[in-house]
Design a protein around this ligand. Structure first.
Ligand SMILES: [Zn+2]
Length: 64
């Protein structure tokens, strides 16, 4: 797993070094194959958190 986007020197898909690193958006765009690489997108993180919360199941958030 890539921890720091700034450490990405080449495309994870085609291994091209012709990439653009966007620190603001925290993603890497490959100019050769057009791949947009993100270490972890917000949706995936949110789903993971929900799953994790359900797995824990110790603190119900719903009040009746
Ligand atoms: Zn590429």
């Amino acid at each position: 797993m890539i921890k720091d986007i700034a450490e990405v020197k080449e495309c994870p898909d085609c291994a091209s070094v012709n990439i653009v690193t966007s620190k603001e958006r925290d993603q890497v765009v490959c100019k050769d194959c057009g791949l947009v690489f993100e270490p972890m997108d917000p949706e995936t993180e949110a789903k993971f958190e929900k799953t994790h919360d359900l797995t824990m199941g110790a603190k119900p958030k719903k009040k009746k």
